[in-house]
Structure formats: C-alpha cells, structure tokens
Design a binder for this molecule. Structure first.
Ligand code: UDP
Ligand code: MG
Length: 306
C-alpha cells in the first residue's frame, strides 16, 4: 500500500483539481493507497471540502491540527500516521505533478528506497528566488555534513524503512528535506518540470523563506558557530601586525596624536564583528531552548477516517 501525505493550509480551491489528477494517477499504479490530508489550521473552507470529498471517495483520512503549525510539522503529523509500505508527500497546489507517481512506484519496485523528484528548471520562479535558492544550496552543501540534493523538494517516494528512520528523529525544528537527506538509503532521481501554483498564493515568501534557510543551515551545520574562533584568531593576528607597525613608526617618527579615523574604524569594525558572532550564537541558543522544552511538534484536534 502507498500513503500519500498532503499538508494543506487554506487550499480550498486547490483540493478538487488535485483530486481530479491524483486519483487517476493512483489508479494507474495498480496498488492500494490511502490519502492523508493534514489540515494545518486552515481558516477557509478547506476542512469542509475535505470532509465532503471523503464522503464520496474511499481511502481518505483527514487529520486536523489544532492550529497552524507550519508545513514541516503538518508533514510530520501525516508521516507519523502513514500506514503504507511507501510514503509520498505531495503539495496541494499541483506544483508536484501527480502523474509522476507511477514512475516513482516503478523505481521503488526496482529496489530503490528513495525516489527523488528533481525539477529540471526553475523557470516558474522569479529571478530573485532562483538566485537566492542557488546560493542557499551552495552555502548549505559547503558547510553541512550531508549535502542536500539541489532543486529537490519534499515531493519524493520513501520506502517504509526510510519512513521509520525519519520518525526516529525527535527534533522540534524540522527542516524536512534535510531530515530526509540525512537518513540516506538507496536513492533514484526522476526529473520533472515544476509548474506554477494552480490557485491561491504561496505561503513561503520573503522573510518566511529567509527563516526557512536559517533553519536548514542551523539544523545541519555548526560551522557558523565554530567559525568565530578562526575569525577571532585572524583579526588578532592582523591587529598584532598593525600594532608592530604602529610601535615601529612611533619609535622612528616620534609621538603622533592624530589617529581618530583609524581608531574609529577598528573599534566599529570589531564591535560589528562581535555583535554578528553573538547574533549567530543567539540563533543556535534559541533553537536549543526550543529543543530543551520538549514540546510536541504538533497537536491533533481530530482525526477523521481510520
Ligand atoms: N502548507 C501547510 N502549512 C503552512 C504552509 C503551507 O500545510 O503553514 C502547505 C500548503 O497548503 C501546500 C504546501 O504546504 O500544500 C506547500 O506550500 P506552498 O505551495 O505555499 O509553498 P511553495 O510551493 O511556494 O514552496
Ligand atoms: Mg507551492
């Protein structure tokens, strides 16, 4: 059996078109399936649309969270409850084409435990999003122990063994595609063209994306924390050379009172550097604080369907 996990937040217009394409693709696969929708605190008619669809379509389970916990938490809730031998997370907005599912399942049957759907181009994104995404992957992969495959989202097939491994990761800050990559396993890639969103607006824009990138880096790398000893050592070495030069000059040319500009420059530069270092420690400390509280990742309000 295959479990499809779809986190939804204010997607009332997208669900019907999604079902219209998802069901034929699933029927083409010749497997049993369950569809798990996780309603992540929608404020529109999403939940009633889901309940209505459930009445005429078998194999649908709906999990309603008690408020909006974010896509990563909603996905976790769905994956925790999936009973299939393979799990496929999919976005509700048809940016993840359901027509790929039969190809994913075929690869899975060949023996791959993870089948990634990789987007061939970012043509549907703005220039800004394309270039920031490229920089993010470049930086992330340089400083993290496990590289993230580029241009791959949460849309993928995971065998049960992978799902069990992902469920064992208890962290509260959940950068899902990082967690998926971290567990490893035998992986195949299929490529696709990512279409624009079918209805509504993206929930990941601007500041939200920046925080998402911070989550990715702080969850999988401690380089930003550790780099400060090296920056400090470098700055100290430079100051030592500068001090030597100053002393020599004073010995040769005598005492020279002016020097306001150089002192201000050095003081401001070091002050900025120290605040930056502190800020980065704060990023990690804040996350440690969240982890230490051991709160649940999400709260389920109700589960509809068995
Ligand atoms: N989503 C969610 N909770 C949120 C934000 C988004 O469950 O707080 C769902 C959303 O309904 C969609 C998927 O996550 O099914 C991807 O969201 P979106 O399309 O807005 O992101 P993008 O494709 O722009 O990265
Ligand atoms: Mg989308």
């Amino acid at each position: 059996m295959i479990s499809i996990v779809c986190p939804v937040c204010n997607e009332q217009e997208a669900i019907e078109p999604l079902m219209a394409r998802l069901l034929p693709s699933l029927d083409a696969c010749d497997t049993e399936y369950e569809l798990i929708f996780v309603d992540d605190g929608s404020r529109d008619r999403t939940l009633s649309v889901l309940i209505e669809i459930r009445q005429r379509t078998p194999g649908i389970r709906v999990i309603q969270l008690s408020r909006n916990f974010g896509k990563e938490a909603a996905l976790t809730a769905g994956i925790d409850r999936a009973r299939g031998d393979a799990v496929i997370p999919i976005d509700a907005d048809l940016q993840d084409p359901p027509e790929l599912i039969p190809a994913m399942i075929a690869k899975w049957r060949e023996g791959y435990q993870v089948v990634l759907a990789k987007r061939t181009s970012r043509g549907s994104d703005t220039w800004l999003k394309r270039s920031t995404a490229r920089w993010f992957y470049r930086l992330h992969n340089r400083i993290s122990e496990v590289p993230l495959p580029e241009n791959v989202g949460d849309f993928r097939l995971m065998d049960k063994s992978v799902v069990v491994a992902v469920r064992r990761m208890p962290e509260r800050h959940r950068f899902m595609k990082g967690l998926f990559a971290w567990v490893g396993f035998h992986t195949a890639v299929i490529e696709y063209e990512r279409p624009p969103r079918i209805a509504g607006l993206s929930k990941f824009r601007g500041w939200y994306l920046w925080n998402f990138a911070l989550e990715g880096i702080t969850s999988f790398s401690t380089v930003p924390l550790r780099i400060w000893s090296y920056v400090g050592a470098g700055v100290a070495a430079l100051s030592f050379l500068y001090a030597l030069a100053l002393i020599t000059r004073t010995l040769i040319l005598g005492i020279d009172v002016p020097g306001y500009a150089s002192i201000m420059t050095v003081v401001l530069f070091l002050g900025g550097l120290q605040l930056l270092g502190l800020g980065i420690i704060g990023e990690y400390l804040g996350r440690l604080h969240d982890e230490a509280k051991q709160r649940p990742i999400y709260i389920v309000n109700q589960e509809i369907g068995d």
